[in-house]
Design a protein around this ligand. Structure first.
Ligand code: HEM
Length: 309
């Protein structure tokens, strides 16, 4: 693809109709000296031409497709993860059974945890590609902006992409914290390996952590709203007839994720999701190690009322 074609494509995909609003501003082309040219192209010719189909990713359109397709995979994960977390309302036993069922996917046909690990590897790849394509498109967009007099006009279209650029890093930081807290147990002094219910309650009982979850999940909902809207555009689905449906889909999807995910910190704070500070896994291990002492503790009423579903 020639430099001229790429420049045209990039300008078109950033047009006023990429955002949820249809309003936009007219951008003034710079004098010929600073406009994208063979000397200063928006997207310089790649030093190495990759073989097809990898070469598709070297164009702006290819990167948009990759961002949209990996976005769909990530939307699927976020939805399934939120629905899975609803087991929190059934208590620690049901949540652990759900986690166990995930590890056992595939039954006797494949070794235990292989399917789960396959999904994790796919998720990591989708996440990596999503971030890389977003980053490359941002760099290309900055180059394009620099070639317009007075920089970029802040249009409704650029509003959508600007929010993506601050909600994206918030989600990345949140994800790191989330895994470090719930999976690796770095930040939670009361972390118990293999007891997700107890770990969620122990972490989200802290007001600062609950606030962090609320802020991060609001950022996630904003990101999902703009992402779910613009992925159709990236995939070439954009017509006035279809746009109201696109908008409703984006709003509905973001709202479902927001309500589901916000309910967890809120209901832990309200003690609706609660284990009384007692981990069923820790109790079980103590019982296995010393059955007599553990049954004595139980008789004296030391077990949590909320520890069973
Ligand atoms: C308040 C909302 C959320 C709650 C209560 C929650 C809860 C959990 C729990 C209990 C685990 C399992 C930890 C373990 O035992 O290893 C987990 C894992 C995970 N969560 Fe969340 N989560 C929430 C939101 C999110 C969001 C919004 C994302 C993505 C943006 C996310 C991404 C992940 C990932 C990638 C894992 C690791 C999955 C794996 O190891 O297979 N979570 N979460």
């Amino acid at each position: 693809m020639s430099t001229t074609t790429k420049t045209t494509t990039l300008t078109e995909t950033q047009g006023p109709s990429t955002g949820p609003s249809t309003q936009g501003t007219v951008r003034t082309p710079a004098p010929a000296a600073s406009a994208p040219s063979a000397e200063f192209p928006v997207h310089p010719k790649p030093r190495v031409r990759l073989p097809w189909p990898l070469s598709i990713y070297q164009s702006a359109v290819g990167k948009k497709w990759v961002m949209a397709l990996t976005g769909i995979a990530l939307l699927g994960f976020v939805l399934v993860h939120m629905i899975g977390n609803l087991h929190l309302y059934e208590g620690p036993v049901k949540l652990s059974e759900y986690a166990e069922a995930l590890r056992d996917l595939g039954g006797d046909l494949v070794p235990r945890t292989w399917i789960l690990w396959g999904m994790r590897i796919g998720l990591i790849a989708a996440f990596g590609l999503h971030i890389h394509s977003a980053w490359s498109l941002t760099v290309m967009s900055r180059r394009a902006d620099a070639s317009y007099v007075g920089g970029r006009g802040y249009s409704a279209a650029s509003y959508a992409s600007r929010t993506m650029r601050w909600t994206g890093p918030i989600i990345l930081l949140y994800l790191f914290y989330h895994l470090a807290d719930f999976t690796w147990g770095w930040f939670n002094p009361d972390f118990v390996r293999g007891d997700p219910y107890h770990n969620v309650v122990a972490s989200l009982s802290s007001i600062p952590v609950a606030i962090l979850y609320v802020v991060a999940n609001v950022a996630l909902a904003i990101h999902i709203y703009h992402g779910a809207w613009s992925m159709f555009q990236s995939l070439g689905i954009n017509s006035p007839k279809f746009n109201p449906l696109r908008r409703r889909f984006a709003q509905g999807f973001a709202a479902v994720i927001l309500i589901g995910n916000l309910s967890f910190p809120i209901f832990v704070q309200a003690d609706v999701i609660d284990d009384g500070g007692v981990s069923v896994v820790r109790e079980h291990e103590a019982q296995m190690a010393d059955p007599e002492e553990a049954s004595g503790e139980e008789a004296s009423g030391a077990t949590a009322s909320g520890a069973t579903p």
